[in-house]
Design a protein. Structure first.
Length: 276
């Protein structure tokens, strides 16, 4: 007696929509992403014009409902996009992850209609590049150790602190930032033009240089109270929920990178001639 086993194609592409998405992203990556990868890796700069192409293709809102301007797809679709993009330019894919998962997906699920009206169209189109600020010089995965803070001041909050190793920090127009309000983690949208906000110089990296990294610096930074996401103290819940899909897509990137490495090595081994 034998048991039926699903094909690998069915496992990786459970529906025709997923299969078509994979083909579209793979074709785009081979045609437009790979040719520019070495140049922007050497420069240590994000190809912003190419990034906006992701918006034209509807990929920046891959998990956002169609009625709100997104693609209306699921976590499997998000995995597929990261898997295929990472094969051809991991740095560019990392910028995509920071924007589409750490900001867009996160923002959508903890924002209200008024906030979506102000930001969603800009980040879905790629007009604005976005990122997320969680890590600090003294606090990484141990998020409860963060020291960045905010206090209410009339119709505003005043933010102080520093976030580090922030992907898209150099190009970002807005960031979803976690700070403590009276000891509880809360989430805010901080625009680049908020008074008291600045970014450091580009932080150089050994790899994935097609995406940039910088510190986010808050010095008595004035953020409108309407930019608070959810309620005070609800930030940790938002963060942990969103990190689930972010970690999933990050793993998909690792698989894509490894798969491409194997492809290159196999081709080299097949083409190489040695010892006569």
């Amino acid at each position: 007696m034998t048991s039926a086993r699903p094909s690998s194609d069915l496992l990786f592409n459970p529906s025709e929509d997923h299969r078509m998405l994979r083909q579209m992203v793979a074709d785009f990556a081979r045609r437009e992403v790979e040719p520019q990868a070495a140049e922007h890796d050497e420069k240590g700069a994000l190809n912003v014009a190419l990034f906006r192409r992701l918006g034209e293709l509807g990929l920046l809102g891959i998990t956002i409902p169609e009625e709100d301007g997104g693609a209306g797809l699921d976590a499997v679709a998000a995995v597929i996009v990261h898997h295929e993009l990472s094969k051809y330019d991991p740095g560019f894919c990392l910028a995509y992850l920071a924007h589409s998962m750490l900001f867009v997906n996160n923002f959508y699920h903890c924002s209200n209609e008024e906030q979506r009206g102000r930001y969603l169209e800009k980040v879905l189109s790629g007009e604005w590049v976005a990122g997320m600020g969680m890590t600090e010089p003294g606090a990484g995965t141990d998020v409860m150790a963060m020291t960045s803070n905010a206090r209410r001041d009339g119709d505003n909050y005043i933010l102080n602190g520093t976030k580090t190793y922030i992907t898209n920090g150099c190009e970002g127009h807005c960031f979803l930032v976690y700070v403590k309000v009276e000891g509880r983690i809360s989430a805010f949208i901080v625009d680049r033009d908020c008074p008291g906000f600045s970014t450091s110089n580009h932080i150089d990296k050994l790899g994935m240089r097609g995406s940039t990294m910088a510190e986010l610096i808050f010095e008595e930074c004035v953020v409108p109270a309407q930019n608070l996401l959810g309620e005070e103290g609800s930030g940790l819940t938002h963060m942990m929920r969103n990190l689930e899909i972010e970690r999933l897509t990050l793993a998909a990137m690792s698989v894509g990178i490894a798969e491409r490495c194997v492809e290159i090595m196999v081709k080299y081994a097949q083409d190489r001639r040695a010892f006569g």
